[in-house]
Design a protein around this ligand. Structure first.
Ligand code: SF4
Ligand code: SF4
Length: 440
């Protein structure tokens, strides 16, 4: 019988909820528990909760395969208490080995370190990864893709939420490589010139200006907001301005540290100390500075905690880039967790209020049809690791599901497959474009 990890590798499965870590590598490890991260804590995204409710059998199949591959004896599906349809859909499948863990509607329940802590009580050490404590975490869509891989189907579609200032917010499945503009059109875009766009969720997503960019295996959502919305303004703020504000107005109140989820569970990371270290170089020892590497970039400090509009997140992100360029790694012990930690996580409703997202906080129903574009542009780097190498050339006719990008020998990476029947129009080291129909 074929090894599950090999099947998953051949199907090009990557972590759908994060940066796209190749799933076959995760499944090659030995673990005690597989956690399914169904928290989907970014306030406006509605994908995973609806996929669980609609395809519980596939999710359970993917979970069982992940447990078999890793030798895990327990599978825990982490869901929020408000995902009632998803919980009801999974109930018939639960056993002693397969359980649901119900979490309150808080942010950032979906940060995998926090998900593990909430569902198992185990704490990932700072600078560590879940497997260090015997846990493998997979997102809902990743495990559905694992189940499909087992049925011989590679990853060629992505389900994502399109919401915000659009006429009909929705959650839609599109072939990978569909342009963001087309996805936006499906939701009935309104006032184009007045809008700005966030790729991903409101807290951790980034601004995007090029809507011709394609959907990838990790595209979680597309949010349209008015250009003058405070969230857009904040994301547009240049780093120099962020640093100047931090230097001018930080009052060292330490609210950012008190509410930092990583700090609460016992990590050294203390954003107020990092701000002080950056503002006054003499007060910044290397140990404090390297703790920035353990920041999850959840955004609680900037969007919720700081009373004067400072962004420790942006400061940390800049520090991380500098430290990584120098090859610096974090080393530090796990400390005692804050006994009040469970009570300090932020209710999503308050976060939505604070982000001023109320008018756009709507349902985004799952469309059951898969959209069919005329053309797709497949990025060869939709994952962590080396870019895939094109194995087709311009003019080739390709079939949906055919391998068009291969993992370079001996490298960490993921395959890329054609998501349309059509003809290859363009091949570059970054992208393969395929148009529907025969050669032109
Ligand atoms: S919450 Fe804001 S003002 Fe207070 S210490 Fe943190 S960055 Fe400074
Ligand atoms: S973004 Fe801020 S709150 Fe979140 S982990 Fe980093 S320092 Fe902590």
């Amino acid at each position: 019988m074929r090894n599950i990890s090999t099947t998953v590798r051949e199907a090009g499965v990557v972590g759908a909820g994060g940066a796209g870590f190749p799933t076959h590598v995760k499944l090659a490890a030995r673990a005690e528990i597989v956690v399914v991260n169904g928290a989907e804590c970014e306030p406006m995204l509605k994908t995973d909760q609806q996929l669980v409710a609609r395809y519980p059998e596939q999710l359970i199949k993917g979970l069982k395969l992940a447990m078999e591959a890793t030798g895990a004896q327990k599978g825990i599906i982490a869901l929020k208490d408000k995902y009632q349809a998803a919980i009801a859909a999974l109930e018939p499948y639960l056993t002693d080995q397969l359980q649901i863990s119900i979490m309150p509607d808080i942010y950032p329940a979906g940060d995998e370190v926090i998900t593990i802590w909430l569902t198992t009580g185990r704490r990932v050490p700072p600078g560590g990864i879940p497997i260090n404590i015997g846990v493998v975490v997979n997102n809902v869509q990743t495990l559905i893709n694992v189940a499909k891989a087992h049925d011989g189907k590679p990853v060629i579609t992505r389900t994502l939420t399109v919401t915000g200032a659009v006429k009909n917010p929705l959650t839609v499945t599109v072939p990978i490589g569909t342009s963001l503009q087309e996805v936006l059109n499906l939701a009935g875009e309104g006032r184009g010139d007045d809008l700005a766009y966030i790729l991903g969720g409101p807290m951790m997503g980034s601004l995007i200006t090029d809507l011709s960019a394609p959907v990838t295996k990790t595209t979680g959502g597309l949010i349209a907001l008015p250009k003058d919305h405070p969230l857009i303004k904040r994301k547009q703020m240049p780093l120099e301005t962020v640093l100047r504000i931090a230097k001018t107005v930080c009052e060292q109140c330490s609210f950012c540290t008190e509410l930092c989820p990583r700090h609460m569970i016992g990590h050294e990371l203390s954003p107020h100390r990092l701000i002080r270290a950056v503002n006054y170089k003499a007060m910044g020892d290397l140990q404090t500075l390297t703790s920035a590497l353990t920041c999850s970039e959840c955004g609680v400090c900037e969007a919720y905690a700081c009373p004067v509009g400072i962004s420790p997140l942006r400061v940390n992100r800049a520090l991380k880039a500098e430290l990584r360029a120098q090859g610096v790694k974090y080393q530090g012990e796990l400390r005692k967790e804050d006994p009040m930690a469970q009570h300090r996580l932020i209710p999503s409703s308050r976060l939505v209020q604070r982000l001023k997202l109320g008018p756009w906080y709507k349902e985004a129903p799952l469309a059951l049809e898969t959209y069919e574009p005329e053309e797709v542009s497949l990025s060869l780097q939709q994952h962590i690791g080396a870019p895939a190498i094109p194995v087709v050339k311009v003019g080739d006719n390709v079939k949906r599901g055919q391998v068009v990008g291969e993992i370079p020998e001996g490298s960490l990476g993921a395959r890329v497959h054609a998501s349309l029947d059509g003809t290859v129009q363009q091949v570059t080291p970054q992208m393969i474009t395929i148009r529907k129909g025969g050669a032109t």
